[in-house]
Design a protein around this ligand. Structure first.
Ligand SMILES: Nc1ncnc2c1ncn2[C@@H]1O[C@H](COP(=O)(O)OP(=O)(O)OP(=O)(O)O)[C@@H](O)[C@H]1O
Ligand SMILES: [Mg+2]
Length: 454
């Protein structure tokens, strides 16, 4: 009989980031936004505001507060949140959730939220462990179609060759490792440490030789020495877990929590008692100098979907001792607060709105749309003529950025079927006819309804 398997959490997260894969950061110089950088275009004020927040988060000054990203659809709110995550770096937890997930999860709403909040508090631990370390000499990632969606490829495993100044070794690893490799952007020339028992990977920086060879900008990369001695050794390993990881480990068994490095995530409820004992343990590690606490970020997209109960839960949660930062995003103006019959700005209760910093995102100019399309085409490895790109920018300006971005893939497909290496304006015209934008689709249905009434 066929075995039933759930898509691992890592795979679901993978799908969510792919529309924003071109974004590598906020593209700031100091606190000033460069017009086009880090895969981000325009939206200068919002990016600069986000930069200030990243700065405060990194300094640990912002815990327990909230931000609201508000703006029309397709103005880059989710893109901005993705960029914030990239800027925070690998150690600071970033937990993206869509408000609708709260209702679809098999666990209670409050449990789902508590888990999300605890996933966003990092605990950086120093421990003696068996680790592989060295410069990445070779790296290959195996891909396979997604278990449910065969049109999307997901990584399924990886092989990596590590070298110190004295030795080298080849390692074969599984899917979660491959995803973690890609998410951290590990490439050849990086110096990494891998925990031998858990497969946990930590990227230390670039080797000096690789940085010179690739002519990297030394102000933005960390250059480190290639370690010496054998690849596998006993050494102090610094890694970051989250309170949630520890909760899961603790609730599994009375095993020594300190050395226990979680396996797959489990979606069951965790008792308050377990959480209390984890908090106690973490506090004592901090006092002993074996661990540090790193408050991270929970990002709640489509937050107008949350109901009044959830809002008041979050309001209280933000006042607790170990609270992450919460970033909300919405494209709704004044609307009903779910679970009440009252209208409020962004569908959020006023007491919560009151304690938030609001960043608004604005619609893009045609030039900015053009620039974003160029970047997206490059990210999707799509060749397109200048004419076709200009035409797509017109479409983006007239209907929406998202619509124009979405036409790229079918246009590429159509071009290929026509035996053309590049998308031309004709190809774009054709897919524009075949796929309606929202305005056209609504107009059509309205006309149709009118006819039905006659
Ligand atoms: N400033 C930008 N620079 C580069 N790419 C961007 C920018 N803004 C948006 N994009 C890209 O355009 C697409 C649409 O943007 P995004 O999904 O972030 O919009 P949104 O504001 O979250 O919309 P919604 O309200 O519908 O959720 C995404 O692929 C995103 O990565
Ligand atoms: Mg969005």
């Amino acid at each position: 009989m066929e075995e039933i398997r759930e898509a691992p959490e890592a795979v679901r997260e993978w799908e969510r980031i792919s529309a924003h894969s071109h974004i590598t950061g906020l593209g700031l110089e100091g606190l000033k936004a460069k017009p086009v950088a880090g895969g981000m275009v325009g939206q200068v004020e919002a990016r600069e505001a986000a930069g200030i927040i990243v700065d405060m988060v990194k300094k640990g000054k912002f815990a327990g507060r909230a931000i609201l990203l508000a703006g029309p659809p397709g103005t880059g709110k989710t893109a901005l949140a993705t960029a914030i995550a990239k800027e925070l770096g690998r150690d600071v937890p970033f937990v993206p959730i869509a408000a609708s997930e709260i209702y679809s999860a098999e666990i209670k709403k409050t449990e789902f939220l508590t888990q999300a909040l605890r996933k966003a508090i990092g605990v950086r631990i120093h421990e003696m462990r068996r680790i592989y370390e060295g410069e990445v000499k070779e790296l290959s990632v195996k891909e396979q179609p997604h278990p449910y969606n065969p049109y999307v490829k997901v990584p399924t495993g990886a092989t990596i060759k590590l070298a110190t100044t004295d030795a080298s070794q080849k390692l074969t690893m599984d899917q979660s490792f491959a995803i973690s490799l890609i998410r951290q952007g590990v490439e050849t020339g990086d110096v990494v440490q891998i925990d031998a028992d858990s497969g946990r990977i930590v990227k230390l920086g670039k080797s000096k030789e690789a940085a010179e060879r690739e002519k990297l900008d030394l102000s933005s990369v960390q250059v480190v020495d290639v370690p010496s001695g054998p690849v596998l050794k006993h050494k102090e390993f610094v890694y970051t877990l989250t309170l949630h990881n520890l909760d899961v480990a603790q609730s599994r068994a009375g095993m020594s929590m300190f050395s226990l490095l979680f396996g797959g995530e489990e979606r069951k409820e965790i008792s308050d008692e377990t959480r209390r004992s984890v908090d106690e343990a973490v506090k004592s590690w901090v006092e002993e100098g074996r661990a540090e606490i790193i408050p991270g970020v929970v990002f709640i997209d489509e937050c107008s979907m949350l109901d009044i109960e959830t809002f008041s839960f979050l309001n209280r949660a933000m006042e607790q001792e170990l609270a992450p930062i919460i970033i909300f995003a919405t494209n709704r103006g004044v609307t009903v607060v779910r679970g009440t019959d009252l209208k409020a700005p962004h569908g959020m209760p006023l007491d919560l709105l009151d304690r938030m910093l609001i960043i608004s995102t604005k619609p893009y100019s045609r030039d900015e749309i053009l620039e974003i399309l160029k970047i997206r085409a490059r990210a999707e490895k799509i060749e397109i003529t200048k004419d076709a790109l200009e035409y797509l920018a017109d479409i983006g300006e007239e209907s929406s950025l998202r619509y124009a971005v979405q036409l790229l893939a079918p246009a590429a497909n159509y071009a290929e079927a026509e035996g053309s290496k590049k998308i031309t304006k004709e190809h774009v015209e054709r897919v524009k006819q075949l796929f309606a934008d929202v305005k056209r689709s609504v107009t059509y249905l309205q006309e149709y309804e009118e006819k039905m009434l006659k």
